[in-house]
Design a protein around this ligand. Structure first.
Ligand code: LLP
Length: 426
């Protein structure tokens, strides 16, 4: 059976493998629910970006929010990546993983003054500024602390990324970025503010984008702006085009990183901007297809009605993987060991007390209680969006390379979940 996504997740005979590790063996060794990642898949996804940008001044800043496990960050830091962060928490993580602050960009619409101070103290490469009020606040914080904040403005290019409304960010009605029409004036203001050094410009138009055209539209709008801004005497050293490249969950056919960057470089060169430092902030496309969420079938609950629903109740739930419940996202679900026998159409659901707690609907599966299933392409926005709803400890995580597997995050225990809570005095 051919699976969508990464070649690092594939059947060998009847056995689902992650690189050279049978996934069911990982489940037996580390328990379930379990996130398991292929380090090889992460390396090859990054290499595709690096190859496409070879010979150019560039920096790939992995978007930490997609998967923020320290070992994942360490994998990318060692491979030369920078990081795109959105909180002081993510800053602490990248530093703990060995990243250099000089390769960190700080994005996000609601950076607090305390977060700005921390990022200035360690010397991040750039703040991606999302509003005029934020720019004024950063100038004040930088001046107070006697530091200079390097900034780029995140411009909202007002293009349609043609993706899910919750993950589209480059349209006028979105909360993100500074309106295209305001950009020249806000750069002029930034140039006049104390404690601020302008270094670049950036945009990010959305996520799970499966076409090149929205990127080219955004690029053209950005280059128009770059020309208009530089005509006022402000120099922009880098152009950051954000993240957003989609992956294959089922039958999507997104461009490869090579195709996307090739098309962008061609346009950049034609317009005479080839000398500029280029930055990207990919998240999903570096880790999404590298991971699976492994779960055990607890119970089968068939329906007596001819047209009723059959449920396959598993030990992973919406708290472990929120994407189906939150975006109605379709994610592949396959057995870790294929069985003979006719498949039955199940809704695959978790133990959480909500009807919205489903992982897959109408899936044809030949399974029995005690079998293990793998939710595919779960490496991005899986564990990083996990919660403790229903006082469920978050899953363990393992990193696989060849036939080796390392525990990179321990399963949370109930005691850890209420550490920090207090009973009232009697
Ligand atoms: N840069 C910025 C400023 C972002 O906001 C994001 C993602 C990225 C980069 C990385 O985008 P990527 O390459 O991963 O598409 N939870 C949703 C996705 C939310 C994306 C948020 N921003 C999901 O599970 O589909």
């Amino acid at each position: 059976m051919k699976l969508p996504g990464s070649p690092h997740v594939a059947y060998r005979g009847d056995v689902l493998m992650l690189e050279d590790c049978p996934v069911a063996d990982l489940a037996a060794r580390f328990g379930t629910p379990l996130y398991a990642y292929s380090q090889g898949a992460m390396h090859s996804a990054l290499a595709a970006y690096q190859r496409a940008l070879e010979g150019r001044d560039h920096l790939i800043c992995y978007a930490v929010k997609a998967n923020s496990n320290l070992a994942v960050l360490q994998t990318f830091a060692r491979a030369g990546c920078g990081f795109d962060i959105v909180s002081a928490g993510e800053l602490a993580r990248v530093l703990a993983a060995g990243a250099s602050p000089s390769k960190v960009v700080f994005s996000g619409v609601g950076k607090t003054r305390a977060e700005m101070r921390e990022a200035l103290d360690v010397g991040v490469m750039c703040f991606n500024i999302e509003s005029e009020a934020e720019l004024e606040a950063l100038s004040a914080v930088a001046s107070e602390t006697g530091r200079t904040a390097r900034i780029s403005l995140r411009v909202n290019p007002d293009v349609d990324a043609k993706t899910h409304p919750y993950i589209s960010t480059g349209l006028k009605g979105n909360k993100f970025g500074i309106a295209h029409e305001r950009a020249v004036a806000v750069y002029a203001r930034a140039a006049a503010l104390p404690g601020i050094e302008i270094v670049g410009i950036d945009c990010h138009i959305g996520s799970q984008i499966t076409e090149i055209d929205p990127y080219l539209d955004a690029l053209d709008r950005m280059l128009d702006l770059v020309e208009a801004i530089e005509a006022t005497g402000v120099t922009l050293h880098h152009l950051d085009l954000g993240g957003g490249l989609g992956i294959t969950y089922t039958d999507e056919q997104p461009p490869s990183a090579g195709e996307l960057i090739g098309a962008l470089l061609q346009r950049i060169d034609v317009r005479g901007h080839g000398h500029r430092k280029l930055m990207f902030e990919p998240g999903r496309s570096l880790v999404g297809n590298a991971g699976v969420l492994v779960t055990e079938v607890l119970y089968l609950k068939p329906s007596d009605d001819a047209d009723g629903k059959h449920f396959c109740i598993v030990d992973a739930a919406m708290n472990d993987m929120a994407r189906p419940a939150m975006y109605e996202a379709w994610m592949g679900i396959v057995p870790c060991r294929l069985r003979d026998g006719p498949p039955v159409t199940y809704d695959v659901v978790g133990p959480v007390c909500e009807s919205g707690d489903w992982l897959g609907r109408d899936r044809a599966l030949a399974v029995q209680a005690g079998d293990h299933l793998a939710l595919l392409s779960a490496g991005a926005y899986g564990m990083s969006m996990a919660s403790n709803y229903n006082t469920r400890g978050r899953a363990a995580e393992v990193m696989v390379s060849g036939g080796e597997a390392w525990l990179i995050r321990e399963r949370e225990t109930p005691a850890e979940l209420f550490r920090g809570e207090h009973l009232l005095p009697t």
